[in-house]
Design a protein around this ligand. Structure first.
Ligand code: ATP
Length: 326
């Protein structure tokens, strides 16, 4: 196994902020660690990088223990690069000075690295002439000069507009494909991770609450915390479900049925007791709030908008797979 995280625990001020974290990563498999602020993502990443001492457990890279800062003179691991969300670049330097170590690379490798990080056009600039996103790509390039095997990125998408997020996603894809570097990143906005990750680890209060591929996590969250991290959802009672499901595949249970808004299909139906209460235009689609007796249903419409107060028939899309949350 490329990376093996085994029983990692961490205490701050007598309180466990990470509790028995276990997971493994195959080479080139992209892992995202998602979770609300304070759930322990950064601390876990720093422990994997060998920059924070764990109070329990061990991380192994290619079968060898990653030493913590108490075990070595110079904290960190030569095969692991860690980009903090609070990285710093010295202001009065030119980019080419910051990247002077790149001279150790062949010209071809240095050019590939600069192209992958989309910084070819920036090398003559001074650091204070760069935007936040450009600085981040320089910081990334500086780390990658050392040819790490594993790259750890803490909140790389925070404070970024959608255009720069997409640019960074392409850079990360190229880092994996062209530079053959395995990557783990954290995000408190898990929507950023769905399109990038092969696997998502969801954390809450120092625990892993769910681990799986993006479709699994998105469509089959284990609880409301995971459901809510990844966008809007409905939790519908048995009565409402019986009404909107034409098939009788739902059995009576205290649990509620989990449905993402886009898994519901709407039709104009004057005989339906369900009405449109509110709607908000989101560009690619319109988000609708429906009234079904005392229940509220959230749905999406991409075609022509309905009118508020209009009666609509609601049914489950053909692809919907039954999922309940307690
Ligand atoms: N050096 C420290 N001393 C004391 N407590 C700390 C320290 N570092 C982190 N913590 C606490 O440990 C918990 C986990 O913090 P951590 O930064 O790992 O969470 P996070 O999920 O990365 O949050 P964010 O998304 O805000 O970065 C928090 O309660 C935090 O206050």
């Amino acid at each position: 196994m490329f990376l093996n995280v085994s029983g990692i625990g961490k205490k701050f001020g007598g309180k466990w902020v990470l509790k028995d974290i276990n997971f493994s990563q195959e080479r080139f498999r992209k892992i995202a660690i998602a979770g609300e602020t304070g759930s322990g993502k950064s601390t876990l990443l720093k422990i994997i990088a060998g920059l924070e001492q764990p109070d329990a457990g061990i991380a192994y890279l290619e079968g060898k223990k990653v030493p913590g800062p108490h075990d070595t003179l110079i904290p960190g691991h030569p095969g692991i690069a860690y980009l903090s969300q609070h990285f710093e670049l010295r202001n009065n330097y030119r980019v080419e000075e910051l990247l002077s170590y790149a001279n150790q690379l062949s010209e071809e490798d240095a050019n590939t690295l600069f192209a992958v990080c989309r910084i070819d056009h920036l090398v003559k600039r001074k650091v204070d002439q760069l935007s936040g996103g450009e600085k981040q790509r320089i910081a990334l390039a500086r780390l990658l000069i050392g040819s790490p095997k594993l790259l750890l990125l803490d909140e790389p998408f925070s404070n970024m507009d959608p255009i720069h997020k997409n640019l960074l996603k392409s850079v990360l894809d190229d880092i994996g494909e062209r530079l053959q570097i395995t990557c783990i990143l954290t995000s408190h906005d898990p929507m950023d991770t769905l399109s990038w990750a092969d696997e998502i680890i969801v954390m809450r209060a120092g625990n892993v609450v769910q681990e799986g591929g993006p479709p699994e996590i998105y469509h089959h969250p284990v609880n409301e915390y995971v459901a809510g991290l990844f966008g809007n959802y409905n939790l519908l009672t048995h009565d409402v479900i019986q009404h909107i499901s034409k098939e009788k595949r739902f059995t009576g249970t205290a649990k509620r049925t989990f449905i993402r808004p886009e898994q519901l299909e709407l039709t104009r139906d004057a005989t339906s007791p369900i009405t449109i209460r509110r709607q908000s235009f989101q560009g690619m689609y319109t988000m609708l709030e429906l009234r079904a007796g005392s229940a509220t249903i959230i749905a999406k419409a991409s075609g022509p908008a309905f009118k508020n107060g209009e009666n609509v028939g609601v049914s489950l899309s053909a692809a919907y797979q039954f999922h309940q949350i307690g």
